[in-house]
Design a protein around this ligand. Structure first.
Ligand SMILES: [Zn+2]
Ligand SMILES: [Zn+2]
Length: 125
């Protein structure tokens, strides 16, 4: 089901295991929203009141909080309205509410300890 990526920092030897598990893919919009943090839940509720939903999708991505230096997977909810408004939820850090960076795993994965580029040692399912 999920994808596992094992990472190691060549500089400080910090080790991370990242698990991608997008268990939101077949859920109703209301259920996905109820899993957002309290902070984003309120914003999402307000947005849904003001916009008519055309489509939504939930994707699992690797994110990095530039403040907390936390590397984690986040389930991002993307909603598009009939009037063309688009909004993403799930990118705010639970701890500091900063918008996390989406990490391209083929490019640069920052080490949470020293921000050096981490190396993928193993990728599996
Ligand atoms: Zn490091
Ligand atoms: Zn943070």
């Amino acid at each position: 089901m999920g994808k596992i990526i094992k990472l190691e920092c060549p500089a400080c030897h910090h080790y991370e295991e990242i698990i991608f598990n997008n268990d939101n893919s077949d859920k109703e919009l209301g259920q996905i929203i109820s899993r957002l943090s309290d902070y984003e839940f309120d914003i999402a509720q307000q947005w849904l009141k003001e916009n008519e939903i055309k489509s939504y999708k939930s994707v699992s991505v690797l994110t990095f909080c530039p403040i907390c230096k936390k590397l984690e997977t986040s389930n991002i909810l993307e909603i598009t309205s009939f009037s063309g408004n688009r909004k993403s939820f799930g990118l705010r850090c639970d701890t500091c509410h900063t918008e996390k960076d989406i990490i391209d795993i083929d490019n640069y994965i920052p080490c949470p300890e020293c921000e050096n580029k981490m190396k993928i040692v193993e990728m599996g399912y």
